[in-house]
Every structure is written in C-alpha cells, then in structure tokens.
Write a protein that binds this ligand. Structure first.
Ligand code: 13P
Length: 222
C-alpha cells in the first residue's frame, strides 16, 4: 500500500479523479487536507476541477484565516475547518455531488446500506443532514450534531461530505457509497433490496465495531 499523501498534489489528483468519475462537474465540489503544520489546504472557490492545479489551492490557518497571497477559498471552507476543529483524527475532507448518492439526497431519502454486507461494515449508519443553504454558515451548523457519528454524510438536497485520516481514504468512501447507491437504485427496479436478518445485521455491526476499535488502537485493517 502507498503511504498516505496529504498535500497539494494529492488534492489536485483527487479533484481530477472526481471529475473523471462524474462525481462533480465544472466547478462543483471542494477538497481539503490538513498539513503537518496544522494549516489547511483547500480548493479555491469556483475552480474547474478538470483543470485544477496546485496554484488553485488556498492555505488557511487552523482557525480558517486565509494566508496572504492565496486566491479566495471555497465557499464551503467553514465546513472543512469545522470538521478539522472537532475531529483530531481527520486530515482530509471531500465534498462532491456523485449522481446516485445525490439522487437519494435530493429525494430526502436515507442511503440504507444495511442490505449490502460489506457496505454496512464500512459505513454503519449514514446520517442524512437536514438541508442547509450551500456556502452559508448554516451548513456547518446542520452537520455539527452528526459529526462524531460517521465519516460520511448525505446532505439533503445537495450531495455528500466524506472525511478520513488521509485523502485516499476520504475519496474511497465517496467511491464506495456511490457504488452502493447505484446498486440500491438498480435494486429498486427489481422490487427493492431484500433485508438481512436482525441476527446477520448484529453480526455485521459486531465486525464493524471490532474493526473500528482496532483502528482506534492504530491497527490499520485495510
Ligand atoms: P466552491 O466552488 O465555492 O467550492 O463551491 C462548490 C460547491 O460544490 C458548493 O457546495
């Protein structure tokens, strides 16, 4: 496994990958990392993700103040800095509009991953954050009650936010969730996803708990 890279080049690479996968179009979405110094590197506002370069990244102090000379930061920068301030285990945040996840979000429907064993183990329950106008202080406020429960959030009528110890992991969560959302949408056309038994779900939640405890003690499972 490659060692995690939380730097400007990694941000650019993830933005372009998200654009290529269709998780964002045009200037949508934003990505950030927390640097070793504690400063935050976030994408500038309204930058095209297909052609983003390291010059389109903005350096912020841990308190969210722009370091002189940088372009204007993402309109969601306050959401990113809030996550870093509340979660010392997080060093990367991704916000995107992947179509299948966003279809659930726009419909105001929870992403019920409990029917897919590996996805249940990975995510547990995915919070559906009530709608808040994008780019305003209302969004950090709306996500706050959910922040300690998950690393992945569906934003009603908007998209997703994913966070992790490193950027590749934060991206992986988006990719996994989008794949699961697609499977669930396809299952709808076949009569809907079947339910696992309560016993199977309990066993899967136990596996998730064991894995999470291992990660808290510094054991990487993946
Ligand atoms: P920014 O260009 O300001 O980052 O906004 C993009 C976006 O997706 C807002 O939710």
């Amino acid at each position: 496994m490659r060692s995690p890279r939380n730097d400007g080049r990694a941000v650019v690479e993830i933005c372009r990958r998200m654009y290529e996968r269709g998780y964002v179009v045009a200037t949508e979405g934003n990505v950030s990392v927390r640097l070793r110094s504690g400063e935050i590197l976030v994408t500038a506002t309204r930058v095209r993700k297909r052609e983003i370069a390291t010059g389109d990244l903005v350096r912020l102090t841990p308190g969210g103040v722009r370091v002189a000379g940088s372009p204007r930061p993402s309109s969601e920068a306050a959401l990113h800095t809030l996550i870093y301030s509340k979660r010392s285990d997080i060093n990367a945040v991704v916000h995107a509009h992947p179509p299948c996840c966003s279809a659930f979000a726009v419909a105001g429907k929870r992403l019920r991953v409990g029917a897919i064993p590996e996805v249940l183990v990975e995510f547990g329950d995915i919070p559906l954050v009530p709608f808040a106008v994008p780019g305003t202080g209302k969004l950090p406020k709306a996500i706050t009650p959910h922040l300690m429960k998950s690393n992945f959030f569906l934003l009603a009528n908007h998209g997703v936010v994913s966070c992790a110890a490193d950027l590749e992991e934060a991206y992986d969560l988006v990719e996994r969730a989008e794949h699961a959302a697609r499977i669930l949408l396809l299952a709808e056309s076949l009569g809907g996803a079947g339910n696992l038994s309560p016993r199977d779900r309990r066993e899967l939640r136990h596996i998730r708990q064991t894995r999470t405890d291992g990660q808290r003690h510094g054991v990487r499972q993946r």
